[in-house]
Every structure is written in structure tokens, then in C-alpha cells.
Design a protein around this ligand. Structure first.
Ligand code: 5AD
Ligand code: SF4
Length: 461
């Protein structure tokens, strides 16, 4: 049992992918992953602290682990709460033996050796100034078709509300050569869909000086076998026009850009230290709107930032009306430890913030209801992700990152394999998804295989 581990992961895609690398590293060190914490000798908890009462939630979960400590299990806390809370974790949960932030993961083999030797207070917390990234040959990717590649770690932007620069350390990019080697290896293994990750992915700067971010996108999009390339999350400050030109010129680059604006008010953006104005952001939107391809735009928004007035909030509403996002992720401001915004005067009642969040989401839903209608009767290529037996529909994802639920009229007892690509005619549009029918396969070729339709929802993440 001692060489088995169980891992639980919260947070963003960066965290999910960090866990894939941690899993690969552990497996390479001779550990076997188990799906039930009861069977594990080592329990790892990869945490997130972006919003809400993340710390409390982590301590609550650790408290639940307490009952397992008598069984000789060891516990490790990783990720952003580990970095933020540091050695306080040992005080509050003395049965934890290892606390490490993401900037220290490359030292995991050494930390694991100390754990095995019986040490009980191992920390990886001092690496936030490091220039090194966590690169490993032992990534255990959970999806055989779509895979993540982290190209830049950390963040130097210090937005006033955000905990990330304090939890993930300073910004550091991988070389284009190392990223391209990993992408080519993935293509050779059969991956067709690559998602490039970074807290500010487009702030990537090639340490070898060979390529711009747009050139890196193009180079990955031109790798034989790669059909889709996405990147997330972009920062408006580093968003350049050549990114749009690269998407127009390279079919494998997905027609989707996630460009968080956070607020439509220049005054609030200034208070947030975003270092751009509403007009500056709208100029980037005009580049995307002027593209030859229909590039889907999505965004993150924060309502109720300290000092946000009704008039500021109204500017966020007029901005979403102007941009016509295909999706937004809207959050109520949440004060985070160590950030400047914690100390800003905030007189807006919670009830008003709740109301703003509702108004924003309602308005966006209406925008999507009409904006998604442009896809009616279009033929959209999707990648198959799963099957919904209650609806008898196959679930796919478009290049624009939209969910497409579709039927395959001709085949009752078969479904296209997960990871395959199909053209779908869109017959109906909803505010959050598209509905359609698979086009008959060309010629004799059938992209369908028979499956046993088990009564559960199968979606690979
Ligand atoms: N409060 C509310 N939302 C936040 N986000 C980041 N920090 C905070 C915070 N303190 C949101 C931003 C970011 C997304 C990942 O989470 O919109 O883009
Ligand atoms: Fe959460 Fe941010 Fe850390 Fe990702 S980087 S795990 S979103 S706090």
C-alpha cells in the first residue's frame, strides 16, 4: 500500500495539467495510482485559491482526511493554497508531511525520497523567484486525444484582485524548441488537439529569441496530425494583431479567443491595475471582428470590485452588448490574501453585487440566444467527446469551443468514436449549445463504430 497514491485536484487547467505531470512523476518513481483514497499510501491534494474561502475549504477537506491518519497514510498538500498558507498547514493539520507550491514541483523526486525516508515536515515553498519551469518526460495525460502543454508559468502582472502572482511565482517561459518537441511527440502519440496553457499565455516570450507567440502558434498548427490548437488565458495587454492574422492563416488554430476584460469601465480597470482602457480593449475586439474567420470571443468579468459604481457596472453591460461574446465567466469580487484590493474601501452591499452578477449573466444569456443563431444551417466540424444516452445524442465540441449535441440518424446502435472529427449540420441553436445532425459519411467510408451503449454519461475531460 505504501507505494500507492490518490490525488484530488481543484482549480484551473494549469492545475489539472500540473497534476498530470505530478502523476507522471510519481509513476516514474514507482508509485501506482489508485482511484479510492482508502487504497492509497499517499494522498495528494492539489489546491486552488483563486476565489471564495478557498483556505477554509482546504482545511475542512484536510480535516476529513484526519480519520485516515491512523491507517499509516501520508498526506501532501500541493498547489496555490499550499504556497499561500505554507507551514501553517502543518500547524492546522499536523498529519500532513509535505507542502509544496507549483514552482517547486520539479524537485518532487527529491521530496518524495525524503517522504519515503520518514521525514514529516517537507516543504517546497521557496521557489517563487525561480527561472525554471516544470518540464518532465513523464506526463500522465488523462485524455488520449486532447492534451495540454504549459508554455509559460507564473505571472508578473499583479492585478489588484489576484492571488496568482503570489502563489505561482514570477513569469517564466519555456523555449520554443522544448515546446515544439513536446507538441511533435504528442502528435506522434495520436493527439490531434493541443491546448497551450499559461496564466498569461500570450505573454510568452521565447527565451531563445527565435519566435514570437503568433509564430509559435503557427508552427504548432502546422505539425502534421495536429488538427486543433487552442491557447488560454490571454491578457489584453500582450494581445497583438499578428495572433489574429495567424488564426486567419492557419486552419488548425481554433477560431476562439478567450480574452478576459474583467470590467467595461476604464476607472475600474485602472483600480484593478489592468493597465489598459475600455477603448484599448475594444480596439483588440475590432481586430478580431475584422478577421476573415468567425472567431468566437469569450471573457471573464468581475462585478463588485471595490469602488465599482452603478455607472461603472453599466459600462460593463454596454461592453458585452458591443462585443457580443459567445460566453462569459462572471464572478463576484472576492477579497484574496496578500492582494492590494483587500485593503481598498468597499462600500457596495453584497446584495447589490449579487444583483449585478444576476443582471450581467441574464444579459449575456440573451446575447447568446441571438448570437448563436448565426450557426443555424451551418456545417460545423466537431470532435466527438461523449454520448448522452438519456437524450440519445452524441456530444461534440466545435473549433469555437461550443458544445454540439447531435444525432446520427442512420445508426441506432453505434456511435462515432471519441476523438473522431465529423461534419455536423446545425438544426437548432440554444443559448449555451448547438444541436445538429451528423452528415452522412462521404462515399463508402464510415466513421462510425459499434458500441455497447451503457446507461451513463461518458465525457472525457
Ligand atoms: N475575485 C473574483 N474573481 C477573480 N478572478 C481572479 N481573482 C478574482 C477575485 N479575487 C477571476 C478573474 C479571472 C478568473 C480566472 O477568475 O475574472 O480572469
Ligand atoms: Fe487556482 Fe489561480 Fe492557482 Fe489556477 S493559478 S489553481 S486558478 S489560484
Amino acid at each position: 500500500m505504501s507505494k500507492t497514491f490518490y490525488i484530488e485536484t481543484f482549480g484551473c487547467q494549469m492545475n489539472v495539467h500540473d497534476s498530470e505531470k505530478v502523476i507522471g512523476t510519481l509513476e516514474h518513481q514507482g508509485y501506482a495510482r489508485v482511484q479510492d483514497e482508502a487504497d492509497a499510501g499517499l494522498i495528494l491534494y492539489n489546491t486552488c485559491s483563486i476565489r471564495d474561502k478557498a483556505e477554509q475549504k482546504v482545511f475542512h477537506r484536510l480535516n476529513e482526511y484526519k480519520r485516515l491518519q491512523g491507517e499509516g497514510k501520508k498526506f501532501a498538500v500541493l498547489g496555490c493554497v499550499a504556497q499561500q498558507e505554507g507551514e501553517r498547514i502543518f500547524e492546522k493539520a499536523p498529519y500532513v508531511s509535505l507542502v509544496a507550491g507549483s514552482a517547486s514541483y520539479r524537485n518532487l523526486p527529491e521530496m518524495l525520497a525524503r517522504l519515503e525516508a520518514g521525514e514529516t515536515r517537507i516543504t517546497g515553498l521557496d521557489d517563487r523567484q525561480t527561472d525554471l519551469t516544470f518540464e518532465t518526460d513523464f506526463t500522465s495525460r488523462s485524455n488520449p486525444h486532447r492534451g495540454y502543454i504549459t508554455i509559460i508559468e507564473g505571472c508578473d502582472k499583479f492585478c489588484a484582485y489576484c492571488v496568482v502572482p503570489y502563489t505561482r511565482g514570477k513569469e517564466r517561459s519555456r523555449t520554443s524548441a522544448s515546446v515544439l518537441v513536446e507538441a511533435r511527440k504528442m502528435a506522434d502519440l495520436g493527439y490531434t488537439d493541443i491546448q497551450l496553457l499559461g496564466q498569461n499565455v500570450n505573454s510568452w516570450r521565447d527565451p531563445s529569441g527565435r519566435m514570437s507567440f503568433a509564430e509559435l502558434l503557427t508552427a504548432i498548427g502546422n505539425i502534421s496530425g495536429i488538427r486543433r490548437v487552442r491557447f488560454t488565458t490571454s491578457h489584453p495587454r500582450d494581445f497583438t494583431r499578428d495572433i489574429v492574422q495567424a488564426i486567419d492563416a492557419t486552419p488548425a488554430l481554433c477560431d476562439h479567443i478567450h480574452l478576459p476584460v474583467q470590467s467595461g469601465s476604464t476607472a475600474v480597470l485602472k483600480a484593478m491595475s489592468r493597465e489598459y482602457t475600455r477603448d484599448w480593449y475594444l480596439e483588440r475586439m475590432s481586430w478580431i471582428h475584422a478577421a476573415q474567420r468567425d472567431i468566437s470571443i469569450t471573457s471573464d468579468m468581475i462585478v463588485g470590485f471595490p469602488g465599482e459604481t452603478d455607472a461603472d457596472f453599466e459600462e460593463t453591460i454596454t461592453l458585452i452588448d458591443a462585443v457580443k461574446y459567445d460566453a462569459i465567466f462572471a464572478f463576484k469580487f472576492s477579497p484574496r490574501p496578500n492582494t492590494p484590493a483587500v485593503h481598498m474601501a468597499d462600500s457596495t452591499p453584497e446584495s447589490v453585487k449579487d444583483q449585478r452578477l444576476r443582471i450581467l449573466n441574464d444579459r449575456q444569456r440573451e446575447i447568446q440566444r441571438t448570437h448563436y443563431a448565426r450557426h443555424l444551417d451551418q456545417i460545423v466540424e466537431i470532435m466527438v467527446e461523449g454520448y448522452n444516452p438519456t437524450r440519445n445524442q452524441v456530444i461534440g465540441r466545435s473549433s469555437q469551443n461550443k458544445t454540439v449535441n447531435f444525432t446520427t440518424a442512420q445508426l441506432e446502435n453505434s456511435t462515432p468514436p471519441i476523438g473522431s472529427y465529423l461534419p455536423i449540420r446545425i438544426t437548432q441553436t440554444m443559448p449555451n449549445c448547438l444541436i445538429g445532425e451528423a452528415l452522412p459519411p462521404a462515399g463508402d467510408a464510415t466513421p462510425f463504430i459499434s458500441i455497447n451503449r451503457t446507461p451513463h454519461f461518458v465525457v472525457l475531460n
